[in-house]
Design a protein around this ligand. Structure first.
Ligand code: DSN
Length: 396
């Protein structure tokens, strides 16, 4: 590389990544093939529009790429193209979610998104007031039960019946338990709401069969492509083709396509789409199924050992790739825990825990995930060892 300053930073970051244990629940290590696609000539091309309907010339190869990516996306999640449409252009998870709201919700201030509170594991774009999703539309929030730290569906039904949201969002950023899609469907049906699933965190687990698929129940599924799915940064929006018109919305697939472009963005990042296509192919291989299963086994082993060592695990454990550790129960704030671990070469993020009494910038816990280290080959015995190291570092 001629730009020595940037080359130096790339090498520096590569060394940093290699020298630490990465337990950030939303990160992963992509394959060389994914990186090759990302750095390919597809980055040169402007391609506003969709296959067969582009504004610029020279898009015949891009059309092939995008159609193949859509085909691979539908196949990976066992979806028929006669029933589901997929948009692969959204630049990342937040714009993908915004595109769904833009397509579905009224803009006159009456639109309601029912989403999980940020502090209980929801995402900013599920209607939080600091996100555009909470500025253009009203968040009807729900949380987890104080006692079980799991979703309380009776409470959810009560809120939904009272508030009558247009859309219910399931799928979270910091929820360690299996998500019962069928129960969300029942709540959405009871109030005539769309059910949108944001499966960003667990997409790789769903693809590998390590978490139940939301597709039999959801109307719309959004996902980022760079977490457990192990692709480049990007997003996909899946939408059912045969949805009944609700709140006057018809032909949802085309509405969502239009919300992505021209509604929210211009030219798609075709190099990222090429990387997504590679990742989708990788996730369809038998080895990925084993990977997804191992991610969950590793999380369970790590949470189990930490609990034995005296750390309170929120909700008592994990069913997926992540866990929340209530470090404040042992007198260490989440920030302090995260800082201490980083000094020891273990990267986690501080995180609020349900009903946190502390502030988001210094909350009561940390979030730990196993997707990245499982890619590096970690197994349960490594997790047990890691638990001992984490314990020793935190107890200092
Ligand atoms: N930042 C992502 C996460 O860590 O879950 C969500 O946007």
């Amino acid at each position: 590389m001629k730009d020595k300053l940037i080359q130096k930073l790339i090498i520096k970051e590569e060394k940093r990544e290699q020298s630490v244990i990465n337990l950030i629940a939303s990160e992963n290590f992509v394959s060389d093939d994914v990186r090759q696609a990302l750095g390919s000539v597809f980055t040169n091309k402007y391609a506003e529009g969709y296959p067969g309907r582009r504004y610029y010339g020279g898009n015949s190869v891009v059309d092939e790429l995008e159609l193949l990516t859509q085909e691979r996306a539908l196949k990976l999640f066992k979806l028929s193209s006669s029933k589901w449409h997929v948009n692969v252009q959204a630049l990342s998870g937040s714009p993908a979610n915004m595109a769904v709201y833009l397509a579905l919700l009224p803009l006159d201030g009456s639109g309601k998104i029912m989403g999980m509170q940020l502090a209980h594991g929801g995402h900013l774009t599920h209607g939080h007031s600091v996100s555009a999703s909470g500025k253009f539309w009203k968040q009807i929030s729900y949380g987890v039960s104080e006692k079980t730290e799991r979703i309380d569906f009776d409470e959810l039904m009560k809120i939904a019946k009272k508030e009558k949201p247009h859309i219910i969002v399931a799928g979270f950023t910091a929820y360690p338990r299996k998500i019962e899609w069928k129960k969300f469907r029942a709540v959405a049906d009871a109030v005539g709401a769309y059910l949108m699933v944001d499966m960003s965190h667990i997409a790789g687990l769903v693809a590998g069969g390590a978490h139940a698929s939301p597709f039999p129940y959801a109307d719309i599924v959004t996902t980022t492509t760079h977490k457990t799915l192990r692709g480049p940064r990007g997003a996909m929006i899946f939408v059912k083709k045969d949805l009944p018109a609700q709140a006057g919305v018809r032909d949802l697939p085309s509405k969502i396509d239009k919300a992505v472009f021209p509604g929210l963005q211009g030219g798609p990042h075709e190099n990222a789409i090429a990387g997504i296509a590679v990742a989708l192919h990788e996730a369809a291989q038998p080895a990925f199924k084993k990977y997804a299963e191992q991610v969950v086994k590793n999380a369970s082993a790590l949470a189990g050992e930490l609990a034995l060592l005296g750390w309170r695990i929120v909700s008592g454990g994990t069913d997926n790739h992540l866990m929340l550790v209530d470090t404040w129960a042992n007198g260490i704030s989440g920030k302090e825990a995260s800082d201490r671990l980083e000094i020891a070469g273990i990267i986690v993020n501080m995180n609020t825990i349900p009903n946190d009494t502390r502030k988001p910038m210094d909350p009561s816990g940390i979030r730990i995930g196993t997707a990245a280290e499982t890619t590096r080959g970690a197994k349960e015995r490594d997790m047990v060892e890691l638990a001992y190291v984490i314990d020793a570092v935190l107890r200092g």
